[in-house]
Design a protein around this ligand. Structure first.
Ligand code: ADP
Ligand code: MG
Length: 366
């Protein structure tokens, strides 16, 4: 989606991806198939490019640093180094005074045992590295056995985090340029299922003070990190209207996919503008919308029958061209535009629930 947008803007694209069948391959002018730590491929990528950015967090920062000696890499590798590692990310948030859930760094069963005494309620053990879509996380019930949990987790470092009884999950995507100017999209409202984003609703149904608090936080975090490009900030809204920051993503974000249809400028274009030194595009909302991720589970009985989805008024189907549908794998998404967020949700559910039924999946919760 980023590459397609860049092409539309007149740029030529070079891609480095370990997978030969990567979705950006067919739109790339130069496709390098190599591991992210292949220094020869990294050099070729740099030599072919004027600007380098990334849309995936599990890239070794040493690779980005190598490229950065040859060409500008934006956001700076130091930003990814913080955001790709939960321990550094949470420590950065806490030490900068941004509100986030309580956590402890865990490197052994003994650490976990003592942290569990501090968090006597439900909590979560989250791997410091390589977590995404709820992977690398373990929900721990009160009285959990530290030794068992630590060997089950089987990871070298983690954080133990309090369970947050949020009323809503939201995200803010803020773009920041090299001059320090920033511009945020209005907040998105997110619902996860099993750790994976299930749907995003736009605009988020927030009170003005909560929305303003979320926007201010995202801008301050982007400033503190010195991001040039897009920063996605995932947050929890508490019952009393306070916000806690959950996660940072220095890239385009799944919750921003619906900006393609619902905002004057998409998140993809905004990212390209920010890293290429162009002025920001307007973030004005065009219409309420809802976005539903289409996971591989939906392919359980073969390719879903898209006909009713294609006929949905206001619906836009995106398929990423991934050849293998694995459970939990993001294969595409459906965006539905409507006159209200509620109507967008209703239409999306009406279109997707029959496909879910055919794949023996329960209907989407209202
Ligand atoms: N401390 C927490 N309390 C309650 N729910 C949580 C907590 N941490 C994560 N979650 C839930 O799990 C989802 C995924 O966790 P997250 O930390 O964002 O990791 P990732 O998205 O990298 O897998 C969150 O969006 C949220 O729904
Ligand atoms: Mg997350």
């Amino acid at each position: 989606m980023l590459a397609l947008t860049a092409r539309r803007m007149g740029y030529r694209i070079a891609i480095l991806d370990p997978e030969l069948a990567c979705p950006a391959g067919p739109v790339a002018d130069l496709l390098l198939t190599a591991p992210f730590d292949d220094s020869k491929a990294l050099r070729r990528l740099a030599e072919a490019s004027d600007i380098i950015t990334y849309e995936f967090e599990n890239i070794p920062t040493e690779s980005l640093r190598l490229i950065a000696t040859l060409r500008p890499v934006l956001p700076d590798p130091s930003v990814l180094q913080i955001c790709q590692h939960r321990e550094r990310e949470k420590t950065f948030l806490q030490s900068s005074g941004f509100p986030c859930p309580k956590f402890e760094v865990i490197t052994s069963a003994a650490d976990l045992a003592s942290a569990l005494r501090e968090f006597p309620d439900q909590c979560r053990l989250k791997s410091s590295a390589f977590g995404y879509d709820g992977k690398g996380q373990l929900a721990l019930e009160p009285g959990a056995d530290a030794g068992k949990a630590w060997s089950q987790a089987n990871i070298p470092r983690a954080i133990l985090e309090e369970h947050v009884p949020f009323v809503r999950e939201i995200s803010v995507l803020v773009a920041r340029d090299a001059q320090g100017r920033s511009l945020a999209f209005p907040p998105f409202e997110n619902r996860h299922h099993g750790g994976v984003l299930e749907r995003t609703v736009f605009p988020a149904r927030l009170s003005d003070p909560v929305a303003n608090q979320a926007l201010a936080l995202a801008r301050q975090i982007a400033e503190k990190l010195g991001v040039v490009g897009l920063l996605g900030v995932e947050m929890f809204e508490l019952a009393d209207g306070r916000i806690l920051v959950n996660e940072l993503a220095p890239r385009v974000h799944n919750s921003g996919h619906l900006t393609v249809e619902a905002c004057h400028t998409s998140q993809f274009e905004q990212q390209i503008r920010a890293v290429c030194g162009l002025p920001f595009g307007l973030v004005t909302p065009l219409c309420p919308a809802a976005m539903f991720n289409l996971l591989g589970d939906l392919w359980d009985k073969g390719e879903p029958d898209w006909l009713p989805v294609l006929g949905l008024p206001g619906g836009v189907l995106h398929l990423y061209g991934k050849t293998q549908a694995r459970p939990g794998r993001k294969m595409g998404h459906l965006t539905v535009r409507a006159s209200t967020p509620e109507e967008a949700i209703r239409l999306g559910h009406a279109a997707l629930n029959p496909l879910r039924l055919r794949a023996s999946l329960p209907p989407l919760a209202p």
